[in-house]
Design a protein. Sequence first.
Lengths: 310, 547
Amino acid sequence: MTPLPTHVIGGYLGAGKTTLVNHLLRQAGGERIAVLVNDFGSVNIDADLILGQSGEVLALAGGCVCCSFGADLVGTLAGLQQRQPPPQRVLIETSGVGLPAAVARTARLAPGLQLEGTVVVADAVRVRQQVADPYMGDTVRQQLADADLLLLNKADAVAPEALSALRECLATLAPRAACIACVQGQVPPTVVYGRLGDTESEDASFERHWQAVPWARGAAPAAADAFVSHTWQLPAGVDLNALVQRLSASHTGLLRAKGWVQDAAGQRWLVQSVGTRTELSAAPAQARPTAPCGRLVLIGLRGVFEPQAW
Amino acid sequence: MTNTTTIYRARRIITMNPSRPSATHVAVREGRVLGVGSLDELAGWGPHQLDERFADLVLMPGLIEGHSHLMAGTLWHYRYCGYFDLRDPDGRNWPGAPTLDAVVAALSQTEQGSAAKAGPPPVVGWGFDPIYFGAQRCSRHDLDRVSATRAVGVLHASGHILNVNSAALQLAGLLRSGISHPGIPLGDDGLPTGELKGPDAMGPLFEHLGLTRSFLSGDEFGIRAFGKLAVRAGVTTATDLAATLTEGDVATLQRITGEADYPVRLVPLLRLIGITPTEAVTRAVQLRERNTDQLRLGRIKVVADGSIQGFSARMRWPGYYNGAPNGLWYTAPETIRECYSLALQQGVQVHTHTNGDQATELALDCLEGALRQHPAPDHRFVLQHCQLADAAQFRRMRALGMHVNLFANHHFYWGDQHRATTVGPERAERMNACRTAITSGVAFSIHSDAPITPLGPLFTAWCAVNRLTASGHVLGAEECIPVADALRAITLGAAQTLHLDGEIGSIECGKRADFCVLHDDPTTADPTALKDLRIWGTVQGGRVFPA
């Protein structure tokens, strides 16, 4: 059975976690997403997405669901996989004071999941003040440090100079994370999830998609980052150490990499990179790859990421 | 209730009313105290029956447990595995298990007793406290001796750790290598040892042990068992301090507490979890409409941080004595502030769990801010546990009109650990600072947090008077309080924290006829014997309940 891709979405109260979740639900594109929230009290799924509620489960448009997990994240995750039809992706939204890495560790106790990265949302206006708060500072700093992807939300509400100073500050606080400035959590889902390319025209389609979304056509403020996708060809015999090193390097503008490669011994590996963290999982001998081998789909920050260098 | 008058004669009546501190007779009519004094004085009320059954006994106001949980009753579904002897709701003594082998033997006995039932039901124990077993730790192999096929689990007394056997781990899908979780220690074989620390690690096992939501919130069995425990402890009013209070829960509570022989007044608090502050306050206001004499709703509980012995309490500088990282916030400051503001506007009382001194500071800050916006006379907000507050924080409580309910039982059960590991000798000596509460003028109570420690206000009073740890060390002699103050804390003091001191907490004209009936007189007994005083039973709302 293919592991269920699972993402942890963290960040302090008011940063925009639920806004991001609503956005990802709207952009689900037919994928059945299960959203897990600590409790319904803290979450506001957009009313027009909600079809109905039965017990602890909200039925959402497009076959998506939202469940509260309360004190039993592992049991809720296990229960999700029994649903018919089962979800194809899980988003775990932590509470505003939750520590994303701790939630991810607990989620790993549930069978059948593949944790694919921790997204932390930060409020560009308030995060500096929050990290210095005598009560909450250490909690917010820990949340940031847990991030693989850091979404600097409400970027339009701060001046450009302040935004770049903030990015520098956050590079220290979230050393593993790739930082993305955005407004209203509006980033392409593939940036959050990563993508396995299955056809040659993936890059072109990403470009078309990117151009087609409203926030990319001038509707979004200049403060928000834009993205570029690139397919990196890697012939068999890949040097895994060198690959991991390159994918994990900072300052390349690379946000996400995903795909299958083959090493010199003929073993196939699933490569997943987010921020500065790269994971390799060996494909079982009989397993058929879910996408062509020898290619990684890279998603980078437009203007920083240089496709021709890969 | 008839309007006949019964006058009880007692060896002594301790009233807790300073203007008439003791008497020999109390008259009861319509479940309330008609008067306290001599027979002559009370005869002035007219025709009466003289009841001599307490003639050789001592009456004091019914004891009030300001911080307990109905789960203290529910747990008696399962096998007691604690180190100390404990009486069950029916008065049967369950001897303490002094060794790990004794715990395994106790669980095996339960296993054999229930094996005939259909299916393989899990075997569950509680109250386990291996800190008394030295370095020996319980592993899944020990519990495999209870059963190789049925899930076996035993909850620690603290409520923060669970030990299970291999079958339980297997059912939860955790009997595998490659697990990496701080709450799941691994053995030399790379597999979990069976010890699960913290709610995240314990959570996956609960379902397989049959421990569902009713286990936490109190089912019908649990509510009845709790009532019996209360009578045995001399308790006539008790809180269920963190309830979800669904419509179903409220209906069950109303039905059972409304029965003619249910012996304790319950005060369940609605926990702020899974709902917004607006929803909580609205619900609390609605619940007030459902109040009866025996069921008092409409208060809110907020949990700010975790526990000290679990290193999840929020500490101010310099943090934990052993260098452990600071604890966790369970509720965001913004949420606490919002809840306080809304509650002050609606006159809803809020009790806030703060264990570490930083959590206490936050609650004080939040209330100060909320009070500036919404001044509220006599709001009676209460800090619960508040174990590490220093003198300055007590002065702030006084200034802000807060009350406090201190966890005196901690000195005995975890005092040695607090001294050696969690907070160190200096701060351990100021934990649950009853003397400072008195000198600061903060109205206070003391509590058991049953089932975390056993329900028994006289034991709790003994803890506050003597401050002895389990190893016999006096932890902070300067914070010891006199017996009279401790007795006030478990009666009127607790009533004040519940805003019920006009109705209960003392024996005087007009108040509920709630008495704790004793063989021994706590005011003349040796202060070190307070915990061993013999309780005959209670009178609650004028009804007599022998233990």
